[in-house]
Design a protein around this ligand. Structure first.
Ligand SMILES: [Zn+2]
Length: 199
């Protein structure tokens, strides 16, 4: 039985590595790329390569940046007294879209999960402490997921952050139990921010 040529099979296999792409969608996408004008696949290939080459973590907060600092850290109009600590760069975008937060961020790069081998040294906690000493914010909001790992991370961080003299709060109710920020809509996130509680 004949199959697609090897190069084409490799494209299908590469597409299948992506989340939410099953075998049928991978084949459909591969066929589309092969049959559409060359400019379509060229644009995609260039965009992927550019992204991988140019996007680096912001050296201050860890959000995506095209240069040493991200657009948030380099924005003079942001409130430097209030910080939001989040797990992932995508959480920053979630909070930005809620329109309820005008402070700065710190991206941990994950959450504590001893079972998966994620301890404090795997997260950007050292750089958070260094920033705290240098920048001395008045309040730090822990915007972590409402699941066990999010809770563990918050409990671990609270005393460290408080020792800097900052007020430490946590997002209020309304967040889906057992879920990360990616499951919350903008309105819910807005409420969660305004009703944050002291830690
Ligand atoms: Zn930044």
């Amino acid at each position: 039985m004949a199959d697609y040529p090897p190069a084409f099979q490799e494209l299908i296999a590469a597409l299948r590595q992506l989340p939410s792409v099953g075998p049928r969608s991978a084949e459909r996408l591969a066929l589309y790329l092969l049959e559409s004008p060359p400019v379509v696949s060229q644009r995609l290939a260039t965009a992927i390569a550019d992204c991988r080459q140019r996007i680096v973590p912001c050296e201050r907060c860890g959000f995506y940046a095209e240069g040493p600092l991200c657009t948030i850290c380099s924005d003079d109009k942001r409130d430097r007294q209030v910080w939001c600590v989040v797990e992932q760069p995508s959480d920053v975008l979630k909070l930005e879209k809620s329109g309820s937060f005008r402070g700065l961020y710190h991206v941990l790069g994950g959450r504590l999960s001893p079972l998966d081998g994620v301890g404090p040294e795997q997260l950007r906690i050292g750089s958070l402490q260094a920033r705290l000493e240098a920048e001395k914010p008045a309040e730090i909001i822990l915007a972590l997921g409402a699941d066990v790992e999010g809770e563990t991370t918050a409990l671990y961080l609270a005393p460290i952050l408080k020792s800097s003299g900052a007020r430490v709060t946590r997002l209020a109710t309304g967040l889906p139990a057992g879920g990360g920020l990616e499951f919350a809509d903008s309105v819910t996130l807005g409420y969660a921010l305004s009703g944050r509680r002291e830690l």
